[in-house]
Design a protein around this ligand. Structure first.
Ligand code: PAN
Ligand code: ZN
Length: 193
């Protein structure tokens, strides 16, 4: 039996966009996202110039998987585009049927979701709004604004993460800029197996 856990207080710093305490910080740069943006030529062009921009970073406070816990965290997606596709997270499915929520603190963006039947859903997020990811839905977040898009998330500690489905097939939809506004369009690289 694991030792009983103690109640805790977590500080969410709205100004800095950080949580305290956290157990893990991850920075994701363009070079790690080669397979994820639809315009691969543009990715290669930027990298070949010796540039490797920071696309997003997240802080996670991870609890034991064994005891019905929640993992808590905060993600910052920077503003920008690769070609006409906005900066975004990789996106993933949870290994288990585990829900998650995203509470937007700063900026604006979209929570793009799809289930295994190919149904797609988009929730627009602005400060004060919360996007709910039901169990079984793959999820990715996209910064469609001009400033940092910052959100707080929580999900069951034993959820597990599957990135392979998205890495290999992409999402059914992508979010691009057209006439200076975000548009959700079909992903030309998405294929069904
Ligand atoms: C979030 C994400 C975080 C980064 O904590 O992990 O926003 O996105 P990727 O994991 O897709 O790179 C979450 O959904 N956790 O389950
Ligand atoms: Zn998740």
């Amino acid at each position: 039996m694991p030792p009983p856990q103690k109640p805790e207080k977590i500080i969410i710093d709205f100004k800095k966009g950080v949580i305290q305490p956290y157990t893990r910080k991850k920075e994701v740069r363009l070079s790690e996202l080669k397979e994820y943006f639809s315009n691969i030529e543009e990715v290669e062009k930027i990298l070949s110039k010796g540039k490797d921009p920071l696309i997003y970073e997240y802080y996670e406070y991870i609890h034991s998987e064994a005891t019905g816990n929640l993992n808590l965290g905060l993600t910052i997606i920077y503003p920008g585009k690769i070609g006409n596709e906005y900066y975004m997270t990789k996106g993933h499915f949870h290994e288990k049927d585990a829900a998650e929520f995203y509470f937007c603190m700063k900026g604006k963006g979209m929570l793009l979701m799809q289930n295994k039947d190919g149904e797609v859903s988009v929730v627009e997020l602005e400060p004060g709004s919360l996007g709910y990811v039901p169990p079984g839905w793959g999820h990715r977040t996209i910064n469609t604004g001009r400033n940092r898009f910052v959100f707080f998330f929580a999900y069951p500690s034993d959820a597990g993460h599957n990135y392979m489905i998205v890495k290999e097939k992409g999402f059914i939809k992508i979010v691009t800029e057209k006439d200076k506004a975000p548009k959700v369009v079909d992903n030309p690289r998405y294929y069904k197996t």
